[in-house]
Design a protein around this ligand. Structure first.
Ligand SMILES: NC(=O)c1ccc[n+]([C@@H]2O[C@H](COP(=O)([O-])OP(=O)(O)OC[C@H]3O[C@@H](n4cnc5c(N)ncnc54)[C@H](O)[C@@H]3O)[C@@H](O)[C@H]2O)c1
Length: 320
């Protein structure tokens, strides 16, 4: 149990949804919660521990960064969450200082851990942590569009009246406003949905684009209603931790640093990647259609523009 402890930095709405999903799905029964608000972390740990009668023996405790020494995986969910109407990019400056401090602590106490970044704007913060941390880049990745992709598959499942797990396909690029639905990748039972009638539903591009609009606007819609989003990202976190702890070598759309794949470099952006025990192992290069390739390039360009002032802060050359 000891070498499978998972650290969660930020015991807020997202961190605790991740912790709860991990416990309920028995992905991990040993967790350390690190939060500036120690009192809250202690309360959350105690609350979760009371589930042991139903899920089995668990060890969940509030701690400090020095308690992360044995953790092979650390999930970063610290930071301010999006306010109503605020874009993820606007969150950037509020979260920059937070991440700088965390990076130093992680390198001191758990230099070998794989770090999964969920805090927003996730692509920018993933890139930033890769720069600030000494660990290999493949040991730092972001949840990226994995959340958007599960939202997408969920809505497609309703539309086609089919189990979303029978639907494959991706939302790619920025986890944010410039993301896009890679329609050419979407299949149900192996049949592409582009231009095809499937399960009695005719192909209707307008209806499907409206569905994607609901995916892209989901965070805004949820935040308008309850002030934050947490449950689905909690399930994403549990899935990623399970892949890492069990070396599952699953392919997921996560935010990774590209190094020539898709003709892009020096940008963290979501594309399908294989994940194993040590982090990101490889990137899958999809045969995107021309329109999709251009959307990916456009999104990468936007992310680079947002990052440019930050790379100067980090002492970089401003072109990262
Ligand atoms: N990647 C995704 O798909 C996704 C989805 C939803 C939310 N988010 C992001 O997750 C982040 C957290 O959202 P939330 O709703 O849980 O916010 P929250 O305010 O509920 O929780 C954040 C927690 O981080 C803690 N914290 C701040 N600075 C810290 C530090 N230096 N060290 C340790 N703890 C620190 C705070 O005390 C707080 O408890 C936000 O950036 C949000 O935008 C990402």
């Amino acid at each position: 149990m000891k070498d499978r402890a998972v650290g969660i930095v930020g015991a807020g709405n997202v961190g605790m949804a991740g912790a709860f999903a991990m416990l309920a799905k028995r992905v991990c029964m040993d967790m350390v919660l690190v939060d500036l608000n120690e009192k809250r972390a202690r309360g959350e740990a105690l609350d979760l521990m009371h589930g042991q009668g139903l899920v089995g023996r668990a060890r969940i405790r509030a701690g400090t960064f020095s308690d992360l020494e044995t953790c092979p995986v650390v999930v970063i969910t610290a930071g301010a969450s999006q306010k109503p109407g605020e874009t993820r990019i606007e969150l950037l400056h509020r979260n920059y200082q937070v991440l700088s401090a965390i990076a130093r602590e992680l390198d001191t106490h758990c230099p070998d851990a794989v770090c999964v970044v969920a805090s927003n704007p996730v692509d920018i913060l993933t890139h930033m942590l890769q720069e600030l941390s000494e660990r290999p880049k493949e040991k730092v990745f972001g949840t990226g569009t994995m959340l958007d992709t599960t939202r997408f598959r969920s809505l497609l499942g309703q539309h086609y009246d089919v189990n979303p797990r029978s639907i494959h396909g991706y939302i790619l690029a920025e986890h944010g406003d410039s993301e896009f639905a890679a329609w050419s990748t979407v299949t149900i039972g192996g049949r592409p949905i582009l231009n095809n009638e499937i399960l009695g539903k005719p192909y209707d591009r307008g209806e499907l684009e409206a569905l994607f609009g609901r995916v892209r606007g989901a965070a805004y819609e949820i935040i308008e209603g309850k002030g934050y989003t947490n449950w689905a990202i909690g399930l994403v976190i549990a899935e990623l931790v399970s892949i890492l702890l069990n070396d599952l070598k699953s392919v997921q759309p996560i935010s990774v640093r590209l190094d020539g794949e898709y003709g892009l470099r020096d940008v963290c952006i979501s594309v399908p990647a294989r994940i194993g025990r040590h982090g990101v192992e490889d990137v899958v290069e999809l045969d995107l259609i021309e329109e999709e390739r251009m959307q990916l390039e456009h999104s990468a360009q936007l992310l680079k523009e947002v990052r440019a002032p930050l790379s100067r802060l980090e002492g970089g050359d401003g072109h990262g």
